[in-house]
Design a protein around this ligand. Structure first.
Ligand code: FDA
Length: 307
């Protein structure tokens, strides 16, 4: 029951100010956020790659309110790409982007987000890597899929995310799997109404398996974004049944969550990509991580109280 309350708080400015100022917050945030600046995240990337992992980098931030912030988001990714160019890691280091950080919710936001994201996708392609568009709340998805399709005209390797908890997702998966794109499947992390999404975790898990089957049997490149041990073994089984080789799909998990499992899957020969978030605007991302596991909230509360 705590999850929805935390998710509601993730969009409250008052809570943002309270949580950001609380003593002990930084220490807990550091578990999920790999650094505040690009200079801090580069060694994290190098360490992951040295361990046989791959990464997708996310400059944290979302729901911005001015065009200047949207341009700053674009520039932060362009700065990141300059650093990745030096590292020369190709697709071992790709990027994840939230279009709400690129201006999608502002007036004329669809066009603004597309205009802002295009140079990032272009610059990524120029250094031999790519971008995946994250899925945010359901009201943003038609625009996200349209931008994804538009970008794929010139950059077919551009990926997108679909969320198993939404009723629409099986149909989206059929459309995307047929077109050969890179698709990350996740359970879904936002507070969504019953009109559009399963409210029951077990229903979401069942939907995840149905959608995953569509992706595995299709022509695209499935990216399994989950820490759930049951879903991971089902994914391995579905990949085997679909005749996919180990490099024809990949697992993805979040930085700071089930780190031993990242290494175990990589050691088994799987492509294992760690979603590595960094930056200063971590509030929304951090609150979703708390909502996913109430034990995190207890840990957080304890660290505040003991400071
Ligand atoms: P589940 O929540 O059932 O967790 C399974 C197990 O994993 C738990 O029992 C626990 O051990 C561990 N675990 C999971 N979350 C944890 C946490 N926060 N702290 C500690 N342990 C935890 N969502 C979205 O809506 N749009 C998006 O674009 C993305 N992108 C994305 C990328 C990647 C690489 C991942 C892994 C996830 C996302 N998500 C996302 C988030 C996703 O929707 C979902 O909320 C989380 O992955 C948690 O779901 P699981 O599948 O891990 O299962």
């Amino acid at each position: 029951m705590l999850g929805p309350v935390i998710l509601a708080a993730s969009r409250s400015d008052r809570m943002r100010r309270f949580v950001s100022a609380a003593p002990g917050t930084k220490q807990v945030v550091a578990r999920f956020i790999a650094g505040e600046s690009v200079d801090q995240v580069v060694p994290v990337v190098q360490d992951a790659v040295a361990k046989g992992l791959e990464v997708t980098l996310d400059v944290v931030g979302e729901d911005i309110t001015t065009r200047e912030q949207a341009f700053a988001a674009r520039d932060a990714y362009l700065e990141l790409i300059e650093h990745l160019k030096e590292l020369d890691l190709g697709t071992k280091a790709e990027m994840s982007i939230k279009l709400s950080m690129f201006g999608q919710a502002l007036e004329g936001g669809h066009e603004l987000a597309l205009a802002n994201v295009r140079p990032v996708v272009e610059a990524a392609a120029a250094i031999g890597t790519t971008v995946t568009l994250d899925a945010e709340d359901h009201t943003t998805l038609d625009s996200m899929f349209a931008i994804h399709e538009e970008l794929r005209t010139d950059f077919p390797q551009t990926g997108c995310v679909i969320q198993a908890y939404l009723y629409r997702t099986e149909a989206d998966a059929r459309r995307l799997a047929a077109s050969g794109s890179r698709v990350r499947l996740v359970k879904g992390a936002y507070k969504e109404p019953a009109e559009v999404a399963y409210q029951d975790k077990a229903e979401t898990d069942k939907a995840y398996v149905r959608v995953l089957r569509v992706l595995m049997e299709g022509d695209g490149y499935p990216m399994i974004g989950s820490h759930d041990p049951r879903l991971i073994s089902i994914a391995q089984e579905l990949a085997r049944k679909a005749g996919r080789k180990l490099d024809e799909y990949e697992f993805q998990m979040l930085y700071g969550i089930r780190g031993e499992e990242h290494l175990r899957l990589a050691a088994e020969g799987h492509r294992m990509r760690v979603y590595t978030a960094y930056g200063t605007d971590w509030y929304g991302y951090f609150m979703r991580r708390l909502a996913e596991k109430p034990a995190n909230l207890l840990f957080f509360a304890r660290s505040i109280l003991t400071k």
